[in-house]
Each structure stands twice: as structure tokens, then as C-alpha cells.
Ligand binder design. Structure first.
Ligand SMILES: *Cc1c(COP(=O)(O)O)cnc(C)c1O
Length: 228
């Protein structure tokens, strides 16, 4: 059973790796400019172990406490990325175990994460999640014209490190303009905060396009672990 699962994940990972390499080549980028985050949400810690054995260093989760439990059950040394919408009252807990939080989208959350990181005695890497789709107010992410202000707040927080920007392209629309806008905003951000160079964009269905527009971190779940 485990061997079968290992073979399945290995084959999927191989295919995704080839596609990432091809997209990098087409974009004139080096493969090592793009970090693969394997999104393990809904899948067990044993899959995270398999990924680690196959050379994956970064995994992503979108729910607390699932993420906390899975990290504690995983012996392999992995970087844990928190990707999901985050309630303020869960932020302090997440700040204790996450290596990078991708979904920072409001000042209250910045303060709660900073307090959590402070009481854990650590620094926490944070990305500001931006939403370019102004037609749907229900989506996570800060409006583009407020993103730099929120980034300033993160960078002024003693226990947070502003690492860059994140986007989730809306389903069912062409992601290309979204990734292009994010690239422009990332340039503006790096003029103010040169070390905030992470661009987290691209999922199973659109990572090749995101690579064309300069993403540094792709977040891929289904294509590696299977449909949820
Ligand atoms: C689930 C998730 C992903 C991975 O999506 P797939 O379609 O499974 O590749 C990426 N980013 C976020 C924020 C997610 O919640």
C-alpha cells in the first residue's frame, strides 16, 4: 500500500517537475528560481514523509489545526507554509509552527501574528495576499492599492519578516492579467523593501503561466497528491 502510494506520488511529482522545468526554460529562467510547495491539505502526514523522501522541501496547508497536527506527526524536516484564510483568533497558534504565512490580508491579522511570534520567541516570514478581483468582496486578500501600506505594517512588526506577495487567481478567468499585475506590484514593493522578493502564485491549473510572470513559489496540490 505504502509502496503503491509512494510510486503514485513519485510519478506525479516527476510529471510536475518536468512541467516546471519546461516552463522555466520557456521563460528563460533558471529552475532554481522557482520553489515547489507541495500542498498536502486533506492528505495524511505519511504523504508528507513520502514527499520529503522524494526530495520535496516545502509543503503547504490551509487549515489550523490540521496543519499543526500534521507537522507534529511528520518526522521529516520540512518547511511548512500556511496558505489559507486565517481567523484572527487562530493566528497566534499558527505563528508558533508555520515557517511562512502566505495569507496576511488585514492589519488585525498582522498584529495577532506578531504577538504569537513574539510569545513563541521567533521570527515569522509573511506574505501579503493581494486580491485583484474587485467584483467579488468575499474573496481573501487585500485590495491592490492597500497592499503596500499593509506590507509596511508587516515590516514594522518586530517579530514578522516581510517576505513578499501572494495571489490566488480567480477560478474560471484568464489568470494571465492577474499574474502580470502581481509582478508589477512586486516590483514596486521591492523598491521599498528589497528583501521582499517572494512571489507566491500558481496552482495545479495555472503554474506554468505564473512561472512566465516571475513567480518564485508555486503551490501545487492535486497534480501531485490527487484530487481532493
Ligand atoms: C489548495 C490550495 C492550493 C493548491 O491547489 P491545487 O489546485 O490542489 O493545486 C494552492 N494555494 C492555496 C491557497 C490553496 O488553498
Amino acid at each position: 500500500m505504502t509502496l503503491t502510494r509512494q510510486a503514485e506520488i513519485a510519478a506525479n511529482l516527476d510529471r510536475v517537475e518536468t512541467q516546471i522545468a519546461q516552463a522555466c526554460e520557456a521563460a528563460g529562467r533558471a529552475r532554481d528560481e522557482v520553489t515547489l510547495i507541495a500542498v498536502t491539505k486533506t492528505y495524511p502526514a505519511s504523504d508528507a514523509e513520502i514527499l520529503a523522501e522524494l526530495g520535496v522541501a516545502d509543503v503547504g496547508e490551509n487549515r489550523h489545526p490540521e496543519a499543526e497536527r500534521k507537522k507534529s506527526e511528520t518526522r521529516a524536516d520540512l518547511r511548512w507554509h500556511f496558505l489559507g484564510g486565517l481567523q484572527t483568533n487562530k493566528a497566534a497558534a499558527v505563528a508558533k509552527y508555520a515557517d511562512m504565512v502566505h495569507s496576511v490580508d488585514r492589519p488585525k491579522l498582522v498584529r495577532a501574528l506578531n504577538q504569537g511570534a513574539e510569545s513563541a520567541g521567533r521570527m515569522l516570514d509573511c506574505l501579503v495576499q493581494v486580491d485583484f478581483d474587485t467584483t467579488d468582496p468575499g474573496r481573501a486578500g487585500v485590495e491592490p492599492d492597500k497592499a503596500l501600506e499593509l506590507a509596511d505594517l508587516v515590516s514594522q512588526s518586530d517579530h514578522l519578516h516581510l517576505a513578499g506577495l501572494m495571489v490566488v487567481a480567480p477560478l474560471g478567468v484568464d489568470p494571465e492579467p492577474v499574474f502580470a499585475q502581481l509582478a508589477t506590484l512586486s516590483k514596486q514593493l521591492q523598491e521599498l523593501h528589497p528583501s521582499a522578493s517572494v512571489v507566491s502564485a500558481g496552482m495545479s491549473q495555472d503554474f506554468a503561466t505564473a512561472i512566465k510572470y516571475g513567480t518564485t513559489h508555486v503551490r501545487i496540490g492535486r497534480s501531485i497528491l490527487g484530487n481532493r
